[in-house]
Design a protein around this ligand. Structure first.
Ligand code: FAD
Length: 712
């Protein structure tokens, strides 16, 4: 007698910012509609899945972060799967599909997904569906949506094949080791007969309708009358809140409504708003700011500020140059108050927030977010726990549409989360970094319950900064430098704003800020304090052997760790005058020589003292020409142009003299351009082809002689 049980699939995700997780959750939720039972786990929940024995189809959704690294919650899994000890049939029993998320603006596109895929293949796993590589640079949905559309058909085919393989084995007398595999045959029959709900014929005719992720969604065939009869005098340009034909005339496929899963209540009573809870108290330090210096001047540059922290009394903050540390910043008070007002919860801001799982929720794997502490007030929750500036995802827009009274506004929210409105979502929401507050302003009739904010807003993350000092040179001090992020006005944001943490730091240190050319006066304001915790970096460190030659590439604030390296080196040279010190090169770049050449005096001082042998600086917006122009025929604008000018020497240092190359700063453009340039340099210096150059660069990485600390 076959067991009456639905066929199961396993959905595993590795996610840094929640995108891969929400796609995985979406798959798990939809599985039921396809007659399947989905088991959803994060890759770091090792007790919840067992790939060594898994006989059901496994779907991986993994993102990539930083310099092509796995997300934090996939690190251990990747380490484990890369183990050389595994044999080539280790995962022979495994049937998988994989969706990799990445961004082609960064180096090593989808590296984590590619690594997992390569290892699964090497270890004998069988792919039942073509791997998707989605690019956040052009819009994830371009790949994600069709990949999801085809997934269910592929899962069904895989289940059928696996079931027939199994019965073949049974018929031929082969034993099946895992007796827990349910008999899926009967259920498969019903699964194959599972009819998707009716679809708009327009989409059905494309043939892409089967198992669409949108099948559960509302299909609107006619836009509301207000839109149809729009005043012809109104501007025809689309904006965050306004759509124009053809989108406004289209039938829409919207994603299924995310099932609510939290029960949130506000109650009068005592709250314990202990900053970040007891868990963090061991690593978190509230340290005073002892100095703040503006390092830039004039127009058209990003304001850069150096902050000196007094860490004398904080042994937990014993750092090495190259380390970075987290700064915990609150959401802006004015925005928290605005949100409270908008939700009509101003009077309850000191109420105690109680969050529990909604009984009978349909959300798979629903959990109360782990970053919501017990016994906190609403004010604290909005100030320290939720990233209220985060760009709302489509699922959030879908949920908001459900609470929007005005039909025109509701239709626009539906458009923005629909398949047809993807370009508008990218333009007016994602690329403009619109926050939930800005969105609510643009849609005044939207009145959502508070619970959906906790369901959809991610954790407020601390921001990391690189140490820009050495304790040898500055005992008891920890310096860092940041550039103030500016978000310009756009549709949905009438007034520009600053980045959350950099804007907050900027305001915090304003009373003690020293400007270029102005003498430092005795400051009488009380030192502001900030919460920080160390993130030791075991690889981006100065080599222990001082004779190793160094090439450092750090434009803009990317120069920060190298100031620490050079300070340390200077001290070590003073202490050990007879020691051997390898050659040092620093490539720095900024816009203008006299506006944003950060640490100019200090860098020139390192050159005078012999600590830095070669300082190569370029200015992207200055007209002045450098000595090198004569050789190159044009001024080097960016660090990679300067690297090219010294190609022969740099490649010699790296490949013949076992030198180390460090790159720090912008991950989006600079690190990728530098990497491409290094490839070109190796190719021309060694007369090598692309493959050989790639291998050389990979070799440097493996030997930890090509190190990066990059962000974007
Ligand atoms: P947020 O409010 O978080 O906004 C920044 C986000 O908005 C980014 O995703 C960016 O892509 C996007 N964005 C920026 N400008 C715009 C715009 N005009 N329109 C739309 N979107 C935009 N930063 C430093 O300055 N110095 C350092 O030494 C440093 N070290 C770091 C070390 C590490 C290991 C890492 C991971 C990051 C480091 N950063 C450093 C970056 C830093 O952590 C913050 O990300 C940065 O300061 C911005 O924080 P914010 O809260 O002000 O900006």
């Amino acid at each position: 007698m076959p067991i009456e049980v639905k066929p199961r699939i396993v959905v595993l995700y590795g996610s840094q910012k929640g995108q891969a997780q929400s796609i995985a959750e979406g798959i798990a939720e939809e599985a039921e509609g396809h007659g399947l039972l989905a088991e959803l786990s994060c890759l770091d929940q090792k007790d919840k899945y067992n790939l060594e024995k898994e006989k059901s189809p496994v779907v991986f959704i993994v993102s990539t972060t930083g310099d092509g690294e796995p997300p934090d919650n996939a690190l251990q899994f990747v380490k484990q799967i890369k183990k050389k000890a595994h044999t080539s049939d280790h995962y022979k029993h495994l049937h998988y599909a994989l969706l990799a998320l990445g961004d082609t603006n960064y180096e090593n596109f989808c590296n984590c997904g590619k690594t997992i895929e390569r290892r699964l293949q090497e270890l004998g796993a069988q792919k039942f569906y073509a791997t998707g590589y989605a690019d956040d640079g052009t819009g994830l949905e371009v790949v994600v949506d069709p990949w999801l559309e085809g997934l269910w058909k592929a899962v069904k085919a895989a289940l059928t094949k696996m079931a027939s393989d199994r019965s073949f084995k049974e018929d031929s007398g082969q034993t099946i080791s895992d007796s827990s595999i349910p008999d899926v045959q009967l259920n498969l029959l019903s699964l194959t007969n599972h009819q998707p709900p009716d679809l708009d014929p327009k989409f059905a005719s494309t043939g892409s309708h089967v198992s669409s992720p949108f099948v559960e969604g509302v299909i609107l065939t006619t836009p509301p009358a207000e839109i149809q009869n729009a005043d012809p005098g109104i501007s025809n340009a689309p904006s965050l809140s306004q759509s124009v034909p053809p989108l406004s005339d289209l039938s829409l496929n919207v994603p299924s409504l995310p099932p609510p899963f939290l029960d949130v209540s506000l109650q009068e009573g005592d709250t314990v708003d202990e900053l970040f809870g007891p868990l963090n108290s061991e690593t978190l330090n509230e340290v005073p700011v002892s100095r703040a210096v503006c390092l830039t001047t004039g127009e058209s540059v990003k304001t850069a500020i150096l902050i000196e922290l007094d860490v004398t009394a904080y042994p937990m903050l014993t750092y090495q140059p190259g380390d970075s540390f987290d700064v915990f910043c609150p959401n802006r008070g004015s925005e928290v108050n605005q949100l409270l007002r908008r939700l009509g919860l101003e009077d309850q801001k000191n109420h105690h927030v109680q969050v529990s799982l909604l009984e009978n929720t349909k959300k798979k794997g629903a959990q109360v977010p782990s970053f919501i502490p017990q016994n906190i007030s609403l004010l604290y929750l909005l100030t320290w726990c939720l990233e209220i500036r985060s760009v709302p995802k489509k699922a959030f827009l879908r949920a908001l549409a459900e609470h929007t009274a005005d039909s025109g506004q509701r239709r626009r929210l539906q458009e923005l989360c629909s398949k047809q409105g993807s370009a508008d979502y990218n333009r007016f929401v994602r690329e403009s970094s619109v926050s939930i507050l800005e969105l609510l302003d643009a849609f005044p009739s939207c009145s959502p319950p508070f619970s959906i904010f906790i369901e959809h807003l991610p954790k407020l993350q601390p921001r990391p900064y690189s140490a820009a000092s050495s304790r040898l040179q500055h005992p008891g001090k920890l310096n860092f430098v940041f550039s103030v992020v500016e978000f310009p006005p756009c549709s949905g944001r009438p007034v520009g704003r600053r980045g959350l943490c950099t804007g907050w730091l900027f305001d915090l240190v304003a009373p003690l800020l020293v400007h270029p050319g102005k003498a430092e006066s005795q400051c009488h304001v009380a030192a502001p304090r900030i919460h920080v915790s160390l993130r030791p970096n075991c690889s981006f460190r100065h080599p222990p052997d001082t004779s190793v030659p160094l090439v450092m590439v750090g434009p803009g604030t990317g120069v920060a760790p190298f100031i620490g390296f050079l300070q340390q080196r200077e001290k070590e040279r003073q202490r050990n005058p007879d020691a051997v010190f390898g050659e040092t090169w620093l490539f720095f770049g900024c816009r203008y020589r006299d506006r944003d050449y950060l640490f100019r005096e200090a860098l020139e001082g390192f050159v005078s003292s012999g600590t830095l042998d070669h300082l190569k600086v370029c200015f992207s917006r200055d007209n002045r020409r450098e000595e090198e122009d004569v050789v190159s025929g044009g001024p080097p604008r960016y660090v990679q142009h300067n690297l090219l000018l010294y190609s022969h020497k740099i490649i010699n240092i790296l490949l013949k003299h076992s030198g180390c190359l460090y790159v720090c700063g912008d991950a989006k453009n600079m690190a990728k351009d530098v990497n491409d340039t290094l490839m070109e340099m190796i190719k021309s210096e060694l007369q090598a082809d692309q493959l050989e150059a790639m291998k050389r660069l990979a070799g440097l990485r493996e030997e930890k002689r090509y190190l990066k600390d990059i962000w974007g």
